[in-house]
Every structure is written in structure tokens, then in C-alpha cells.
Design a protein around this ligand. Sequence first.
Ligand code: OGA
Ligand code: MN
Length: 282
Amino acid sequence: MDYQIKPLSDKLGAEINGLDLRVPMDAETTTTINNAFVDAVILVFRDQELTAQQFFDAAQQLGEPMDQHLSQYKVPECPMVSYVSNQERSNDGKRKLLGKAWHTDHSFQPEPPKATLLHGVELPKRGGDTWFANMRLAYEELSPTLKQRIEGLEAIHAYRESRDYLTKEEREAEALTDEEERAKNIVHPVIRTHEVTGTKAIYINPLRIKRFIGLNSEESADLIDELTMHATSDNFTYPHSWQQGDVIIWDNRQAMHRVEHNYDFAEKRLMHRIILKGGKPK
Ligand code: OGA
Ligand code: MN
């Protein structure tokens, strides 16, 4: 297949034109695509027309799909594929809009997914961009002082229903010792070394980190703010404006992302979603 890869920005991202994901990739293409993926942090495959099953078959060429725990969001004809929709409502009738704040996916798991894939099935006419932050570049450009402060630091990640940042009250509601936190929750390093490339990235999730080992909740909140502000500045981010047919894969080991719900809510925004197995962050 004759395809082209070109950068989407000087921060991160590459787009691939002319590759039909319904056709199995040969070994050479798989290698090229996987190399481009870990290098660019996100890849956008243009002009894909895929059923959920075809999307799933394509994803299997890039990794091993994982079950997604929220059963109410599974696509019935292909349950390894979930959907992300702006049409969902909570019991109180409020619209449930996921992914508004910067995060990396499922970091509360002992082995979080290495990658997430989204296929834009129905898109608003404008807006609804997904923003990405290059956490590898953000690490490289960190001040020596901050680099030193997070060297060897570990973070406590805990699952919560909420998709908002933790408040001070929430952080303090449950005061556990470091050892109790290790037993109850998941602890990951703040500097993560990439399994494939050996490069380092800042690995934080402002939605799920309760605090850092050895730091109290206030010190932790300040440090999370400082790292998030740095990593999500214009120097390291790229907003992806979706086109019909886009399939995106992002590397959760070296990216944070968020979606901007800045479109007309009368319009539907529907994505199909797959996550790929990853290792324990080290
Ligand atoms: C996700 C997510 C963002 C989007 O699926 O994990 O954060 O643009 N989605 O819908
Ligand atoms: Mn997400």
C-alpha cells in the first residue's frame, strides 16, 4: 500500500494518509507504523470507514485489546469496543461529558493500557477537539530543580467516579499512611521510562493522583499543579480538530489528553474506543 506519514505539529503527532486499516498490514508496514507511533506519541489515520468489528481487527495489529470495565458503554455487536458519546446522562439528568480535564487513561490500574484508540463515528460540525500533551518533551524541558524533585518520586493513583480534579476536602477526607496507601491503591513512578524507546516521560494523572509518597496532600496538590501547568503549556500541546474518518491512537505512557466540549450540544459526538494492554509503569 502506498501511504504517507507527515507531522501534525512540531509538538507531537503524525498523520497517515493512504493506509486502509481494513487491509492487514505487512510486517514492514507494522514496524514502520509502530515506530512512528512511539516517536510521534499520537498517530492519526485519515479517511477510515470502519465498522466496530473492523476497527477491532485493525487495533489487533497494533497491540492486544483489553476489556473496558464500564459495561454500560460497550458496543453491543462488538463488546471489546466501547463508545464515548455526548448523549449520555447521569441519573440526575445532567449530561455526562467525559474527559474534560487533562488525564492519562486508567492510571488507577496496576497495568494501565499502553494506548487508546478512538474512531470518530459522528462528529460535530466544529469544535470538540481532543488536546494532547507530549509528556516526553515536557520531561526533557523540565527545570533541573523540578527534575530533581520528582526523581524517584512515586504517586498514589486511586479510582474515583468523578472526572474532576480532586478538591482539597477530598484529598484530606481519607488520611492514610504511605503503607496503607500502597496496600489499598496503586502506586506508580512519576518519571516513567518507555518500554520500547527507553526515553523518559512525566507520568501523572491529575484526576486520579491522591498524593505522592512522602508528601502530604497540600504539598502534593501544589506539585501536581506545577507539573500540569508546565506540561500542558503551549510548548508541548496540540489540539486535534477531528475530520470525518479519523482514527487516532495515542500513547498513554507519554501523553495526557482532554476533550474540549465547545460545540453545539444538539449535535452528536460519538467515538468508538479501544484500549491496548500495557505493562507496569517503571
Ligand atoms: C477517552 C477520552 C477524549 C475524546 O476516550 O479516554 O478521553 O476526545 N476521550 O473523546
Ligand atoms: Mn481519556
